[in-house]
Ligand binder design. Structure first.
Ligand code: TMP
Length: 210
């Protein structure tokens, strides 16, 4: 099935420590400064399913890999469709929605322990963003940043993260013949220069230009 593309929706992806959250925060500031109506959000969410996912990631609860994949999909379903704090609703209000991680994370992370097609099918009915910005940051830099953080979770091992990089490539290849725009950002650049690269691209979106 062809996945619908939402024109006012953009997503940031990358391995843990690649800088997606920093970029979302900088972009949020810039959009506010430029008075562009937007909504910044993230996955896993802090809704009921998202909280359950966080407990599993932090190691307080245990679940089979397929169960975790189903939970991420359920959390995403809530995030896209449920109520006024949802992606669809904010887009209907003509806001630019910027999201820290989306279904590409499921394709990259869950496909390490589950079958890729199983994950693709689970996420096959969700809409796609117009742009996916992939922060291409070397493993060593990401590892240093993760080491400096107080909290860690079950996916934050060198071996796992190395596999995630490979699975991101597989995920992006999966969308090769679609209209999805995948933009690779050089994660070794300073955060301000990365933001400039992002801005050059999204400033062309109709919602930003008007
Ligand atoms: P974060 O909130 O620090 O980005 O951590 C979330 C972790 O969850 C991160 O390692 C990526 C992972 N994740 C998945 O495995 N699948 C998903 O679908 C999403 C959204 C995140």
């Amino acid at each position: 099935m062809k996945q619908k593309i939402l024109s006012n929706f953009i997503v940031f992806e990358g391995i843990d420590g690649s800088g997606t959250t920093t970029q979302i925060n900088l972009l949020k500031e810039l959009l506010t400064q430029k008075k562009i109506s937007h909504w910044a959000t993230y996955e896993p969410t802090h809704g009921p399913v998202g909280r359950l996912i966080h407990s599993i990631l932090e190691g307080h609860l245990n679940a089979a890999p397929e169960t975790l994949a189903l939970l991420f999909a359920a959390d995403r379903n809530e995030h896209i469709y449920h109520g006024q704090e949802s992606i669809n609703y904010k887009i209907s209000e003509n806001k630019l929605v910027i999201c820290d991680r989306y279904l590409f994370s499921s394709l990259a992370y869950q496909s390490i322990e589950c079958d890729f097609k199983y994950i693709a099918d689970l996420n096959g009915r969700f809409p796609l963003p117009y742009y996916v910005f992939f922060l291409d940051t070397p493993l060593e830099i990401c590892a240093k940043r993760r080491d400096a953080r107080s909290q860690s979770h079950i996916f934050e091992t060198h071996t796992y993260q190395e596999k995630v990089i490979g699975q991101y490539e597989k995920a992006f290849a999966y969308f090769k013949h679609t209209d999805l725009h995948i933009i690779r950002l050089d994660g070794t650049k300073s955060k301000q220069l990365i933001l400039e690269d992002v801005w050059k691209i999204i400033s062309g979106l109709p919602i930003v230009k008007k």
